[in-house]
Design a protein around this ligand. Structure first.
Ligand SMILES: Cc1ncc(C[n+]2csc(CCOP(=O)(O)OP(=O)(O)O)c2C)c(N)n1
Length: 667
């Protein structure tokens, strides 16, 4: 097989300029992105994307960008998602033309639904080859449909600057630019502005992915005399300022402060504008929006994403977790005696809270008299729909007020009286300030005692499960696994939980408390895909992140194991031999149930872990699990936890039955 012909810079003539032009064009785009906060680019290999790769390389050498190559674009997409989820900073993805960017699709969907900032840079063939059967050329226009906040196709780089306008800086500064130079400078300025815009939009009020399609003609490699230097426009300049203003090739000059959850999305979560004149209209507008608040007993329900918890600094050894909503929420709950139901992914199940925190709702609401006695007159809903089906059903028919600064309608039961496009913290503060709710201590007390008693019953269930064998040697149930993790994960670290049953197990068995452990999950679209890649991305961002997932979710993302070197904490795989969530659904018992629904993979998880260079342990009881975790310490490993699906099912059905029968929950 012959290698593609190389274009020699001496012989190439105009073609050499085009290669340089491609590079300058790419550099301008990335410079704009960097100026708006991008510091990570995840790329998958390919030829057509070469100009952007070389531009990114130069930015990396200048200390502005970190590049991570990931072979499989699907895995790259989830890895970038993990980086974005941990840091809440926008992350760029780059792939070649053809089917390559299509592999990002599931990660783009999750980013869109979770409101995470991704910049999707797809390389393309030039327009003259579109629709003419050219190799690796498909229609990439609006490839991600409604799942991106914006789509841009700036077209091929043009007009190309002449060689004399070696840098964009020179082109702009030149005293008497010729028409082609000034056009080129304007085009590069537009490209830089596009980079900045895309990055800003991705992390704006309605944060999410932005797609830019980038067609390039050959040559894709610039000639050796291409003199394109890195120019970073000033960060957060007033819009009237000319650009570029700062020229740098030295590392570390783009010292933007780390963005935190607090600085994302809306400007500020509280009613704390910078001046009195701003404060008054803001307070008035909140007051107006809250007028007509329903009367009677209320409840606050915090679903996934209610609080965006993130490490304040990736450098810290133990990461303090930032909370934007928590202080206002817990004050509101305490002053107004409002129970707060906290989903495991709300960011509020863990960390400093108050006595009003309720985390046993899934257990409590399985008791019909408690469910009836504790029914509120209204509910303030923050974040997305909760994981618990029981809670979701119980909330149907309860008049709801939604608080969401991004303006989403998270209301699958169609019960919203109104939707406030306000930060939830602002709503909580206004409820207190305006005394819109009459504090009813008796109401809060009913919830608190139900919470205490439900956890008592759950704890008894765990004890009973261990009694089936010698101490700690009875077959493991998921509840015990969650308990061990809750006890052992150090403060400041995180747990990334897979979908299907594991996230429900976390909901049932992880008792709310003050420990600073971030509970994370991909709950935007609730896919079982991209689990390992996302975990690797979370870890690569600097989170010490543990894992808990099912065996099918593990197997679904085997190519994510190519990123195993990024993991730094144990990953527990609950191996119940297939998808056992279906055991709880009406499909259970249909002909061919195992073959067509449960689909056990019968793959050796130990062999797979070894392939990825990861330690592997197989455990089947509490003692074995604790021993494996002690042996591994705070390091990466796959711990395969054998769970007998029948024992698991009996345990859960038994618990729900006992909860349904008890008379103590609603006393
Ligand atoms: C990408 C994707 N494909 C299919 C599904 C449907 N699905 C939901 S749960 C599940 C089984 C998951 O099995 P496992 O990870 O082993 O967890 P378990 O149910 O056994 O606890 C499947 C296939 C999904 N949610 N996402």
């Amino acid at each position: 097989m012959s290698a593609p012909a190389q274009t020699s810079s001496a012989a190439a003539g105009f073609a050499e300029d085009l290669g340089c032009c491609n590079l300058r064009w790419s550099l301008a785009l990335l410079e704009g992105m960097v100026a708006a906060g991008i510091s990570q680019l995840v790329l998958s290999p390919g030829a057509r994307s070469t100009p952007v790769v070389i531009a990114a390389q130069r930015l990396e050498q200048a200390g502005h960008l970190v590049l991570t190559p990931v072979l499989d674009e699907r895995s790259a997409g989830f890895f970038a998602l993990g980086l974005a989820r941990a840091s809440l900073q926008p992350v760029a993805l780059l792939a070649t033309s053809g089917s390559a960017p299509a592999h990002w699709y599931p990660a783009v969907i999750e980013a869109s639904e979770s409101g995470l900032p991704l910049l999707l840079l797809s390389a393309d063939r030039p327009p003259r080859l579109h629709g003419w059967g050219a190799n690796q050329t498909i229609d990439q226009t609006r490839l991600f449909g409604a799942f991106v906040r914006e789509f841009h196709d700036p077209g091929p780089p043009q007009p190309c600057p002449s060689r004399s306008a070696a840098s964009q800086h020179e082109a702009v500064q030149s005293d008497a630019p010729g028409p082609s130079q000034s056009q080129a400078a304007a085009a590069l300025k537009a490209q830089r502005a596009l980079g900045r815009r895309a990055a800003e939009v991705s992390q704006g009020r309605h944060a999410g992915p932005v797609h830019i399609n980038l067609p390039f003609d050959e040559p894709l490699v610039p000639g050796q005399d291409c003199n394109a230097t890195v120019v970073i426009p000033g960060h957060a300049l007033p819009s009237s300022s000319p650009e570029p203003t700062v020229s740098s090739t030295s590392p570390g000059t783009l010292a933007s402060p780390p963005r935190t959850a607090f600085s994302q999305g809306s400007t500020a979560p509280g009613l704390e504008p910078t001046s009195d004149s701003e404060a008054r209209p803001a307070a008035l507008s909140v007051r107006a929006k809250l007028s007509g608040w329903p009367k009677g007993r209320g409840l606050i329900v915090c679903g996934p994403g209610a609080e965006q918890r993130t490490p304040v600094s990736a450098q810290a050894d133990r990461l303090p977790l930032q909370q934007a909503l928590a202080p206002a929420l817990w004050r509101c709950a305490d002053v107004l005696a409002l129970p707060v139901l906290v989903d495991p992914l709300s960011g509020l199940r863990t960390g400093p809270g108050s006595d009003a925190r309720v985390s046993a709702y899934d257990a409590i609401l399985r008791n019909s008299s408690a469910a009836q006695a504790l029914r509120p007159d209204w509910v303030l809903r923050i974040g997305r729909a909760p994981v618990s089906k029981v809670l979701g059903r119980w909330l149907e028919g309860v008049p709801a007020i939604l608080a969401d600064p991004a303006g989403r309608w998270s209301d699958p039961g169609h019960d919203a009286l109104s939707r406030l496009e306000l930060p939830a913290a602002a709503v909580c503060e206004a409820l207190v300030a305006q005394q819109l709710v009459a504090a009813d201590q008796e109401w809060l007390e009913c919830w608190r005692s139900a919470e205490q008693r439900a956890w008592g019953l759950v704890a008894a269930e765990l004890d009973a499960a261990s009694e089936d064998g010698p101490a700690g040697l009875a077959p493991l149930t998921e509840g015990q696994v969650v308990h061990v993790l809750r006890r052992l994960i150090p403060t400041g670290e995180a747990l990334f939980c897979g979908n299907s049953m594991p996230i429900r197990q976390l909901d049932t068995w992880w008792r709310g408390g003050d420990a600073q452990v971030a509970l994370l999950g991909n709950r935007g679209a609730s896919g079982i895909d991209g689990y390992l890649s996302t975990l690797a991305g979370l870890s690569a961002a600097g989170l010490h992140c543990w894992g808990l997932t099912g065996d099918l979710s593990f197997c679904h993302d085997l190519s994510g194991l190519l990123l195993a070197a990024r993991l730094d904490r144990p990953l527990l795989v609950l191996n119940n031999d297939g998808g056992h969530i279906f055991d709880y659904l009406p499909q259970n018992g249909l002909p061919d149930f195992e073959r067509l629904w449960q689909t056990p993979q019968r793959v050796s998880i130990g062999a797979v872990a070894a392939l990825a260079g990861l330690q592997h342990r197989q455990v089947g009881d509490v003692v074995g699990l604790e021993q494996a975790l002690a042996d591994i310490g705070l390091g990466p490993a796959v711990i395969e936890v054998w769970v007998d699906p029948e024992i698991s099912r009996r345990t859960h059905l038994g618990l729900w039955e006992r909860l349904a029968r008890t008379s103590t929950l609603s006393d």
